[in-house]
Unconditional design. Structure first.
Length: 223
């Protein structure tokens, strides 16, 4: 029996390998960034509905107060309805899966294109919705003020600039082409006001990114 014990196989010692700490931290950091991006895009999704509603209210108020003529106002109303309808369509498609990153990223890309079109549509109101004799101050309020309102609602710098740039450019061009408009001075005023709004949007975005980075370093939540 002693001889048989000598031929028993020795037990194998299996050491379970564990991933390096650096790989685990990198994976954790990736998961955190993905969760943060998902939360940001989900918030953008919710705010896009507010933008659509706000644009509809602003457009209705412009049509009621401006009095540029039924044919011109109807043409502008069609542009704005298409823009707001596109936002609502993209919103309805994404809200069905509001926490899925691929769906949210696709929505953000669609929203960028829609906002670019919406900016052109809003700026065309300087041609179609405002009267030809509109003052420079009225055009500035319409173009830069509307863009600033959209930027406040979106709270997403790059998306807001996609709306602001065409809105300001088209409104400035309208000042030059209107037969009784405010001319070169009006165009310069609209461009300057739009530039001020763009600078404010950029500074606000950088401040938000800096505050988010500080919160992350401190391990604090940041909305």
């Amino acid at each position: 029996m002693a001889e048989s014990l000598q031929f028993l196989p020795e037990p194998e010692l299996r050491v379970r390998s564990t991933p390096p700490i650096g790989d685990s931290l990198a994976r954790l950091s990736t998961i955190y960034r993905e969760a943060e991006e998902t939360a940001r895009l989900a918030n953008l999704l919710g705010r896009s509905l507010h933008v659509a509603i706000a644009l509809s209210v602003l457009a209705a108020a412009t049509l009621i107060l401006a009095g540029a003529g039924l044919e011109r106002e109807a043409s502008w109303a069609v542009f704005m309805i298409v823009a707001m309808g596109a936002i609502l369509t993209a919103y309805r498609r994404a809200i069905a899966q509001p926490f899925e990153r691929p769906a949210l990223k696709s929505f953000a890309q669609d929203l960028n294109a829609i906002l670019l079109f919406a900016g052109f549509a809003w700026g065309s109101g300087a041609f179609l919705a405002l009267p030809a004799e509109a003052s420079a101050g009225l055009v500035v309020l319409f173009a830069a003020g509307g863009a600033a309102f959209v930027a406040v609602l979106l709270r997403e710098g790059s998306a807001a600039l996609l709306f602001l740039a065409p809105a300001g450019a088209v409104a400035s061009f309208a000042c030059l082409l209107q037969p009784h408009g405010s001319g070169v001075m009006g165009a310069m005023a609209v461009a300057a006001a739009s530039l001020c709004v763009a600078v404010a949007v950029e500074l606000t975005s950088r401040s938000a990114l800096r505050n988010r980075a500080i919160a992350q370093m401190a391990g604090l939540p940041f909305a």
